[in-house]
Write a protein of this length. Structure first.
Length: 180
């Protein structure tokens, strides 16, 4: 019967020759291939000393942005969580109190905001869904860990520090983004 790919190989049951039985030609052939690769250009990098350049569309660890006055942009509307196909985002909303106007831009803010990085598939749908330009993916790699718990990132990791803003201007978005 003809296979779909037409790549079917007929298996031969013929007796092995003496040369094949001692495997020596095959071993020498294998060593030849190894030797050949010794003099070829190396494709691997000595990470972390050497780092590969990422494509501008690379999507890595998220950031929750602040506005120019340092206030959190997120209004805990939940649209990112609804858009997330991996159900990786959870949050609790709270109402901004008097005197907290310098902390939160909107009247409602995320008291708790978590992303489970083990669930996340870095699709970027959360940043596309956000109406407040609050969540963005960045070119940062999520660090590895032996435990599962540290992969649940809270606001302490996600919200950018006031004095150390995360620059997202070089990353290429699919949507129209204007803010830094
Ligand atoms: S990047 Fe995709 S999977 Fe990850 S949190 Fe955002 S929407 Fe969910
Ligand atoms: S990050 Fe954006 S979409 Fe998600 S809850 Fe905050 S404002 Fe809404």
């Amino acid at each position: 019967m003809q296979s779909l790919s037409n790549k079917k190989k007929v298996v031969s049951n013929k007796e092995m020759t003496f040369g094949e039985k001692i495997y020596l030609p095959a071993v020498i052939g294998g060593m030849g291939i190894t030797l050949k690769h010794l003099f070829r250009k190396n494709n691997t990098l000595k990470y972390p000393e050497q780092q590969k350049l990422f494509a501008p569309v690379y999507r890595g660890q998220h950031v929750l942005k602040r506005d120019e006055k340092g206030r959190e942009n997120c209004t805990a509307c939940g649209l990112c969580a609804v858009a997330c196909p991996a159900e990786a985002i959870t949050m609790t909303a709270a109402e901004r109190k008097k005197g907290e106007e310098h902390l939160y831009r909107e009247e409602k803010y995320a008291e708790m905001y978590e992303i489970n990085m083990l669930r996340c598939i870095f699709c970027g749908l959360c940043e596309e869904a956000c109406p407040k330009e609050a969540i963005f993916l960045t070119d940062r790699i999520v660090p590895s860990n032996f435990e599962r718990e540290p992969f649940v990132y809270g606001k302490d990791i996600l919200v950018e520090p006031v004095d150390h803003r995360i620059d997202i201007t070089k990353r290429q978005h699919t949507g129209k983004r204007t803010e830094k």
